[in-house]
Design a protein around this ligand. Structure first.
Ligand SMILES: Nc1ncnc2c1ncn2[C@@H]1O[C@H](COP(=O)(O)OP(=O)(O)OP(=O)(O)O)[C@@H](O)[C@H]1O
Ligand SMILES: [Mg+2]
Length: 173
């Protein structure tokens, strides 16, 4: 396993001191197109640390740094829609940007709907899918009622929890 980037370790310490709690572990969970997401584990709730690399080339990473700052600005406008979601944000010494977000433990619709893709069309399964679809539509309607569009809707950006539907990745909203 490759070692953690020093900037991720430094930011985990920064977030730990902001929260006044020890960070128990740091784990890389996504690494795509100039953007990395780490899961930081804390005693009272985990944190998603999203790092956007500095613009370095024309291979699709050109916008990552800008998108990181943009997402922080959007979430700053959406604190009533997602209270307590944005914990902190800033710039990296290397020129990129970062966001600390509350970790959301829900599952994606893609995962929830897996049994249906494998042929389960029982009334119970149909009911759970219908309810999830309604909850997702309600959550989007609440965002639209505030005058915002997510603009990057895809299964990976919807997390269904036991009591709430959460949207993530507001970089293009
Ligand atoms: N707050 C969060 N809680 C839980 N998981 C998260 C959170 N934020 C991000 N993730 C995880 O990290 C992944 C990537 O996050 P996100 O979509 O925000 O980054 P991205 O760089 O924009 O990725 P992509 O370009 O593929 O959309 C998500 O699909 C999800 O698995
Ligand atoms: Mg995304």
């Amino acid at each position: 396993m490759s070692p953690l980037a020093p900037e991720a370790v430094n930011l985990a310490e920064h977030v730990a001191s902001r929260l006044g709690q020890p960070c128990d572990s740091v784990e890389l969970v996504a690494d795509r197109r100039g953007s990395r997401v780490y899961r930081l584990r804390f005693p009272t709730g985990d944190v998603a640390l999203k790092l956007a690399a500095r613009n370095t080339d024309d291979q699709g990473v050109r916008d990552a740094e800008h998108l990181g700052r943009r997402e922080a600005a959007v979430l700053g406008c959406l604190h009533d829609f997602a209270p307590g979601y944005l914990l902190d944000s800033g710039d990296l010494d290397s020129g990129g940007s970062w966001l600390a977000l509350r970790w959301l433990a829900g599952i994606t619709p893609y995962r929830l709907f897996t049994p249906a893709r494998h042929g389960d069309d029982s009334p119970v399964r149909r009911g759970s899918i219908l309810h999830a679809a309604i909850d997702i539509a309600d959550r989007l309607a609440a965002l639209h009622a505030l005058g915002w569009l997510h603009a990057d809707l895809q299964p990976a950006h919807i997390l269904l929890g036991p009591t709430a539907v959460d949207l993530i990745d507001f970089a293009l909203a």
